[in-house]
Design a protein around this ligand. Structure first.
Ligand SMILES: Cc1cc2nc3c(=O)[nH]c(=O)nc-3n(C[C@H](O)[C@H](O)[C@H](O)COP(=O)(O)O)c2cc1C
Length: 189
């Protein structure tokens, strides 16, 4: 089997439109029914929806947990969350699967927890690969994407999108059942 991967010279939001176009191309004629996107503010999720609106696919958005930047504040505004909902896109906001309480332990006592090592290994590919893995766990645990079925996950580096993969999600209790099948695009580290 031959597949092509697009490598971006630099990571970051400048690659958002290109990733979305590549995801669209991969979806056309495929059986993939779910696209999971990490969009903290909802901006990339709105762009993705615009590009995929004629395809029979469910887009699910994952934002940062409340308090990620400021106490009691979500990064996505209530207006954008509603706008996405009106377009059929649910936004999940919850604890990050690949840091979790472990982050507090390493911050307070030093060292590193096993789950943060998993995240660090994924980051040797790209920030976005770690994000694809993380949001697929979070969304599977929320019942918003299926386990045991291939989906597309999209992430980025800080903001926007630069990485997309075809993967089979797993729940937090069976993380090593997750399978990365294809990299569609990623920055070349
Ligand atoms: C749960 C979650 C975890 C994330 N983790 C990282 C990360 O470890 N490294 C990183 O560069 N970006 C991370 N991001 C950012 C995303 O990859 C993406 O660039 C961003 O959410 C896009 O948001 P925007 O549409 O508001 O620009 C994370 C986002 C979410 C929602």
């Amino acid at each position: 089997m031959e597949k092509s991967i697009t490598y971006f010279e630099n990571p970051g939001a400048e690659n958002t439109d290109a990733v979305i176009e590549l995801v669209r191309e991969r979806l056309e004629g495929s059986n993939i029914k779910y696209v999971a996107v990490a969009s903290s503010t909802g901006a990339s999720a709105l762009k993705l929806n615009e590009a995929l609106k004629d395809l029979d696919v469910t887009i699910v958005n994952c934002s940062h947990h409340v308090g990620f930047r400021e106490p009691n504040k979500a990064q996505i505004s209530a207006e954008t969350k509603t706008e996405l909902e009106e377009k059929g896109i649910v936004t999940f906001i919850g604890s990050h699967a690949l840091s979790g309480v472990g982050k507090s332990i390493s911050k307070k006592f030093g060292g590193v927890t096993p789950v943060e090592i998993i995240a660090a290994v994924y980051r040797t590919f790209s920030q976005g690969i770690k994000v694809c893995a993380e949001i697929s766990i979070m969304l599977a645990d929320a019942g918003l994407v299926p386990v045991g079925e291939e989906i597309i996950a999209i992430g980025g580096t800080g903001s926007g999108l630069d990485t997309a993969a075809v993967l089979t999600p797993a729940n937090m209790t069976n993380v090593f059942d997750m399978k990365f099948h294809e990299i569609i695009a990623m920055p070349r580290p």
